[in-house]
Design a protein around this ligand. Structure first.
Ligand SMILES: [Zn+2]
Length: 102
């Protein structure tokens, strides 16, 4: 149950988009972040925020508390994996483009 409104089950979607106590806050924050930060910094922020949320859930539901260093390490590893994947995708697209023009 949502700890803010006590009306609906707590979920990321509810807290970010539906809960009357937080409605719009996340969207406004995200808009400001995107307008002020470089793309890679927005990605870093999003992954760290996601990792903190997951760590919070791990504590809330399993009573397992992660050290902040481990939360950051996990987020950084995930982000590096994501960036390598995106870079490989970009290189594949470029290679296909070069091959197609020959
Ligand atoms: Zn709520």
């Amino acid at each position: 149950m949502c700890g803010m409104c006590c009306q609906k089950p707590e979920s990321v979607g509810h807290l970010l988009w539906e809960c009357p106590h937080t409605e719009g806050d996340f969207f406004m924050l995200l808009q400001r972040m995107v307008s002020k930060l470089e793309e890679h910094d927005v990605e870093k922020w999003a992954v760290i925020a996601w990792a903190i949320w997951n760590a919070r859930n791990k504590y809330y539901f399993e009573r397992i508390q992660l050290h902040p260093r481990d939360i950051l390490r996990g987020a950084t590893g995930f982000l590096q994996e994501y960036q390598r994947f995106m870079q490989a995708q970009q290189q594949d697209r470029e290679a296909e483009g070069q091959h197609g023009s020959l």
